[in-house]
Design a protein around this ligand. Structure first.
Ligand code: PLP
Length: 408
């Protein structure tokens, strides 16, 4: 199917717009792909070139431009194909794809915050968002920030000041799996003349679309669910063209956060099966969370799909297809018991990251510098578990045998 209408491998097609009325699964398969003009191949190729041919007279080219084809740091073919797909899947006008999720986060923060500006940020976020907004930018560039429990709308409202230019939230959040109300916080941001950016990594566009709920910018670590195979890093920001152009010019061309064409190609390939993978992650994680909640060895489980989660009703509205594959839980045991449990797992791998095909677990110990920001159940150490695509019974069986061997 040719969504560009022109049948050529231009990389600048408007497939996201022409595909507007097609379903999410169809767009996951087709948007951004096209017929290669040179070979007739029905898959766009990987273009590993650093440079593109210049016109007869290149003297009036702006070397800092992200338009046209000049140099891969100004925008490469595979990056553009992936941008088309992600803009469509996230219901946004435009998208920029960068080297990592953190390049996407810093792209947003550096583009829209300057010295003297204030930012309101969730007290539960990916560690690099915390580091950038609470240490690096305040200490080096005079940006001010307020950490806030973004699941509490009144707390968000009272944190806003005249100088607030950005509200940044993550929902569900890393690592405590807190849920925040995107539409309500978008209203607060817009009343204050600020932008709302939402890190949508844990939900993925299959489960939640922040732009449709009123966010100005949606950030994704493509390293996680969108690629889904644990073998390529990437990041994206989706939003209005004028906002994305600013990030493209600064974070990509001038700060150098461009993605490798090979990684963009891998992520494009992974994104095709995002809907199918998310269905399985959603279903399996809910079963695992329910199993954990029924185990006497388990001290608490934080998963938005459980009725016991404070954000359950909100998550049902905001994430209509499912609650994702990531949960936090703790055992009724000490530090050593937690490590002992992990050492006895045979199917689930102890490693950072999430959203991969394989199940991953990480023990977040008692030394987390942000512990004072979390509610008390997180203080004695806890796990972040990313439920993978293995048989649900094998994941549950693995947890069960490891608990028994740990002495529970
Ligand atoms: C992993 C992650 C990031 C950072 O992404 P990288 O690709 O590792 O740079 C940002 N936000 C969230 C919620 C993440 O889980």
């Amino acid at each position: 199917m040719d969504f560009n209408g022109d049948g050529v491998n231009s990389g600048h097609g408007n497939s996201a717009r022409s595909a507007e009325r097609l379903g999410f699964l169809t767009r996951s398969v087709h948007v951004g792909n096209g017929i290669d003009a040179e070979t007739g191949a029905i898959r766009r190729p990987i273009t590993m070139a650093n440079s593109y041919a210049l016109p007869y007279d290149p003297s009036d080219i702006n070397w800092s431009s992200a338009e046209g084809s000049i140099y891969t740091r100004n925008g490469g073919a595979n990056q553009r194909y992936l941008q088309e797909k992600l803009a469509s899947l996230e219901d946004g006008e435009d998208c920029v794809v960068l080297a990592t999720g953190v390049a996407a986060l810093s792209g947003v923060f550096f583009a829209f915050l300057r010295s003297g500006d204030h930012v309101v940020v969730s007290d539960s976020t990916y560690i690099a968002a915390y580091r950038l907004l609470n240490e690096l930018m305040p200490q080096k560039y005079g940006v001010r920030s307020t950490l806030v429990d973004s699941s509490d709308i009144n707390a968000v409202r009272s944190a806003v000041r005249a100088e607030t230019k950005l509200i940044h939230i993550e929902t569900p959040s890393n690592p405590t799996i807190k849920v925040s109300d995107i539409a309500a916080i978008a209203d607060i941001a817009h009343e204050a003349g600020a932008l709302l950016s939402v890190d949508n990594t844990f939900a993925s566009p299959y489960n939640q679309r922040p732009i449709s709920l009123g966010a100005d910018l949606c950030v994704e670590s493509l390293t996680k669910y969108v690629n889904g195979h644990g073998d390529a890093m990437g990041g994206a920001v989706i939003g209005r063209r004028d906002l994305i152009d600013k990030i493209r010019a600064e974070a990509m061309v001038n700060l150098g956060g461009a993605i490798s064409p090979f990684n963009a190609w891998l992520i494009m390939r992974g994104a095709v099966t995002l809907p199918l993978r998310m269905e399985q992650h959603n279903r399996s994680a809910l079963s695992v969370a329910e199993f954990l909640e029924g185990e006497s060895a388990v001290r608490f489980v934080s998963y938005p799909g459980l009725a016991s989660h404070a954000g359950h009703e909100l998550a049902k509205r905001q994430m209509p297809r499912g609650f994702g594959g990531v949960m936090a839980f703790g055992l009724r045991g000490d530090h050593d018991a937690h490590n002992d449990f992990v050492s006895r797992l045979e199917v689930i791998t102890s490693a950072v990251s999430l959203g991969h095909d394989e199940s991953l677990i990480v023990f977040l110990g008692e030394k987390d510098e942000r512990q004072h920001l979390y509610s008390s159940e997180f203080h004695d150490g806890f796990f972040r578990l990313s439920v993978g695509l293995e048989d649900t019974e094998d994941i549950i069986g693995d947890i069960s045998q490891a608990l028994r061997k740990t002495g529970f």
